[in-house]
Design a protein around this ligand. Structure first.
Ligand SMILES: Cc1ncc(COP(=O)(O)O)c(C=O)c1O
Length: 474
């Protein structure tokens, strides 16, 4: 039973280094949720046509984030991305999209039959981590395609890398396009002194933030901010009416409002948290094998709340398991060569201390293990991160015949489904993209490293691909 499983987990001594950002910290406790779980009865307004209670709460949020208008989302940043991209484009428009976008962005492209042109992030090849989107690349693509209507960038990324949104928004506006920033991981940025700036103060037109990821708020809760006069508010409202439930939970909406109240009064809490986080970051940087990853090259801004730890002599998955099994610390994510721990203002001092001590002890263990370490690093050095080639536009794959075939025999075929690691939910393959030898090798290495690749069938042995004779080639 789900409830019993949850109770068992929360009664254990596991410390959450994952979302949601409230970290199950009792400080943010509300009453028994059943007592405040109502529907749109008199006096409680209606999210889709907010005129009083909810309108006032959203106005308060807009004032806190200093936006033109802010909407509460109860279906996560996912519904914000679907609504925002739909509202800022017309069917068939060209859009410029970072290839390291979350799959909600690809779903919006599919549903609106948009024509995506991709921006490719620079990569940290050693760890397979996407870095910034270079504004020069944005300008080149805009010069080649002056009819692009919308640019979509993720910043910060899952690992906390922030792009130069100021430069990118200036380019977008120069060419008459809007910039939508998926800031699902950045709702906390405006309240931190030592973190990169939010896209809200960098000229983005629409910014979408998951409050549940990095702030004390319930899972599923998020915000869509309108941040310029280039955006048609009525269109945003229309599409939120389509993509949000008609029965938004008052527990979730009250949770967002409580979070906003925390932001209004929480500056001292942020100050204390930032001090502790800074100390933890410094300690983790001093470590040897399992240590804090920092982007190479100077001046790449990174959110310090994302603790990306290099794997040491084992795999990312082995490090993840060690955190869980030996130290009862639950990380957010394992990748092939690193583990991501998410810290938030909801963390306790003791929680952060536990992380530091665990990493210290793991490094001590590593010190006695150096030979093994060298061997494993050499074994994995053939790994190469690949962005696949596109054969069909995603929207053109709609209605095409498909077939399910053994995965290892799929080289040269075009995928009919997304293939991705979750988290982070960034597609390794988008429908219509070609399965290359390099990609097969990459996915194989992920699986050998103990990562679960989603989107495949029959325990990963099969994949659904397009039957190509019925396709219209780009
Ligand atoms: C970059 C990014 N964008 C959007 C989303 C979707 O957010 P939500 O879970 O709030 O729907 C995620 C979720 O992990 C994400 O990492």
């Amino acid at each position: 039973m789900i409830y019993e499983r949850l109770l068992e987990h929360v009664q254990s001594d596991f410390y959450p280094m994952h979302m949601p950002g409230h970290k199950r910290n009792k400080e943010f406790c509300m009453v028994n949720p059943y007592e405040i779980d109502i529907t749109e009865i008199d006096g409680f307004d209606n999210l889709h046509e907010a005129e009083e209670l909810l309108r006032d709460a959203m106005k308060r949020a807009a004032a806190i984030y200093q936006t033109k208008e802010t909407f509460f989302l109860v279906n996560g940043s996912t519904c914000g991305l679907l609504a925002g991209i739909s509202a800022l484009t017309k069917k068939g428009d060209k859009v410029l999209v970072a290839r390291n976008s979350h799959k909600a962005v690809y779903n919006a492209i599919f549903l609106n039959e948009l024509h995506p042109i991709y921006l490719y992030p620079e990569m940290d090849e050693e760890y397979g981590i996407a870095l910034q989107i270079d504004p020069k690349q944005v300008r080149e693509r805009m010069e080649e395609n002056t009819d692009i209507k919308l640019i979509v960038i993720t910043s910060p990324t899952y690992e906390g890398i922030v792009s130069d949104i100021q430069a990118i928004s200036e380019i977008a506006h120069e060419y008459g396009a809007c910039l939508l920033v998926d800031e699902a991981h950045g709702a906390h940025l405006p309240f931190m002194k030592n973190a990169p700036k939010s896209a809200l103060s960098m000229g983005a037109d629409v910014v979408i933030q998951s409050v549940h990821k990095t702030l004390p708020a319930f899972t599923q809760t998020a915000l869509l901010h309108i941040n310029s006069d280039r955006v048609n508010k009525e269109e945003i409202r229309r599409y939120l009416g389509i993509y949000q439930t008609s029965s938004p939970s008052y527990v979730l909406m009250a949770g967002i409002d409580q979070c906003m109240q925390f932001l209004e009064n929480g500056s001292s809490r942020f100050l204390c948290y930032e001090k502790e986080l800074e100390l933890l970051n410094q300690e983790l940087l001093k470590e040897d094998k399992i240590r804090l990853w920092q982007p190479m090259g100077s001046g790449i801004p990174k959110d310090p709340t994302k603790l990306v730890l290099t794997k040491g002599s084992g795999s990312g998955r082995a490090l993840y398991d060690e955190f869980r099994l030996c130290y009862h610390i639950q990380p957010e994510m394992a990748s092939k060569d690193y583990v991501l721990l998410m810290s938030t203002v909801g963390d306790t001092k003791e929680g952060l201390k536990r992380v530091q001590q665990a990493v210290r002890m793991m490094n001590q263990k590593e010190a006695g293990n150096t030979k093994e370490g060298k061997r494993k690093v050499q074994e994995q050095s053939t790994f190469q991160f690949v962005f696949p080639k596109r054969r069909y536009e995603h929207c053109k794959t709609r209605g095409m015949d498909t077939m399910t075939i053994p995965f290892e025999k799929s080289e040269g075929m075009a995928a009919a489904t997304y293939v991705y690691l979750y988290p982070p939910g960034i597609p390794l393959l988008v429908p219509g993209e070609v399965i290359s030898e390099e990609l097969l090798a990459q996915i194989d290495i992920y699986r050998q490293s103990g990562l679960e690749v989603k989107g495949l069938k029959e325990e990963g042995s099969k994949i659904t691909v397009l039957r190509e004779e019925s396709a219209e080639i780009l």
